[in-house]
Write a protein that binds this ligand. Structure first.
Ligand SMILES: Cc1cc2nc3c(=O)[nH]c(=O)nc-3n(C[C@H](O)[C@H](O)[C@H](O)COP(=O)(O)OP(=O)(O)OC[C@H]3O[C@@H](n4cnc5c(N)ncnc54)[C@H](O)[C@@H]3O)c2cc1C
Length: 329
């Protein structure tokens, strides 16, 4: 049989090569209203650059790859040592690196920081939504860490840095770091007072070991986690670094990854703390929820912004598609 050449008609071109920020009237109006006049020019330029990147063919391709090739858990190395690492597709690191470089974890100290960061988050989420989870948690960890100024002095510059370093190393050897949070347990779910993870004080002030589990710990390759555990004085917030100051790995056992319906590019792990897991107290014993709630609240605001971003992108895709299609006359 002779080969036939089939011409594709009545299909849209891909929606790429446009500025996601400049084409969003509500977002541009928000910037006009809420950013100081003296900073308007810089804000539009910065968000315009991010908007072009978010609407580019290469960012859309990264987003597709990060979801097509989901993260893979490696509990052990080839010789049988525990490593508890998650391997992500390079596209995930490109997306995350771009977000960090664009300042999407930095809002608390720069002028108009929250307006600019939220606008940027809405823009960049439209390239891919899953990697927004570590971006959001890293940004959100700052106010909780400030409850312990000595810890904040070390970690805040790393969390708000515009440098993305994916390798796990001690904080002192890094120029940028990511943070996550681990609160939810099997028996408690939303009810954090039902937490059973225990924290035993060590001789050094503020230092503890943890024994227990967490049922949902997203972005488990982050450099540090804010976690809740029962100390002698009640439910308490802790900072748990993946790597200890001497360069050895903290005990942070990744049991398995969740098989999730959404948020697929991101890993969410079940973790266990085996009694050797080292952590630093953040805030007073017994004030755990009051301490971590600042982080939780900031991530929940991002849930709203990211949902708005996904709806915006869905509407843009639908309008673009229908503008190029004809059906039923
Ligand atoms: C993609 C994803 C990522 C996550 N990442 C993390 C993470 O990084 N760190 C972390 O700590 N947790 C994480 N979680 C867990 C998340 O915080 C919990 O799923 C959430 O707190 C709800 O708990 P649960 O799923 O056990 O539901 P439950 O608490 O058992 O709730 C079940 C149902 O009861 C309702 N309900 C609960 N409490 C009440 C109440 N007081 N009044 C009325 N109704 C109520 C809920 O609305 C829900 O419909 C993640 C979850 C998802 C889906």
């Amino acid at each position: 049989m002779a080969a036939t050449t089939h011409t594709v008609t009545n299909q849209p071109p891909p929606l790429v090569g446009y500025d996601v920020f400049a084409n969003d009237p509500a977002l541009t109006e928000g910037i006009a209203r809420y950013v100081a006049d003296s900073r308007q020019g810089d804000a539009r330029e910065e968000l315009g650059r991010l908007g072009q990147a978010a609407g580019s063919a290469h960012a859309r391709h990264w987003g597709e790859q990060a979801n097509r090739y989901p993260p893979v858990l490696h509990t052990h190395d080839r010789y049988g040592h525990r490593i508890d690492e998650v391997e992500f597709h390079p596209a995930w690191h490109r997306l995350l690196g771009h977000a960090v470089t664009a300042g999407l974890t930095d809002a608390w100290s720069r002028p108009d920081g929250h307006v600019l960061r939220t606008a940027g988050f809405i823009v960049w989420t439209q390239a891919e939504a899953g990697h927004g989870c570590p971006v959001s948690m890293t940004h959100a960890a700052v106010p909780t860490l400030r409850a312990e100024p000595e810890l904040a002095a070390v970690w805040e510059p790393l969390l708000t840095s515009r440098i993305y370093e994916q390798e796990l190393r001690p904080a002192a050897e890094k120029s940028g770091a990511l943070a996550g949070m681990a609160m939810t347990e099997k028996q408690g779910g939303s009810d954090l007072r039902a937490t059973t993870t225990r924290a035993e004080p060590l001789a050094a002030p503020g230092e503890y070991t943890l024994t227990g589990h967490k049922w949902f710990c997203s972005a488990p390759m982050s450099d540090a986690f804010l976690v809740l555990a029962q100390a002698p004085g009640g439910l308490t917030c802790f900072l748990l670094p993946r790597v200890l100051p001497d360069g050895s790995r903290n005990s942070f056992r990744l049991q398995r990854l969740k098989d999730k319906l959404g948020n697929r590019s991101n890993a969410s792990a079940e973790v266990e703390f085996d009694g050797r897991t080292w952590a630093r107290r953040v805030g007073e014993e017994g004030r755990g929820i009051a301490t971590i709630i600042d982080m939780v609240a900031a991530t929940r605001l991002d849930c709203v912004s990211a949902a708005a971003a996904v709806m915006r992108q869905a509407a843009a895709q639908a309008l673009h598609h229908t503008a190029y299609r004809e059906a039923f006359g």
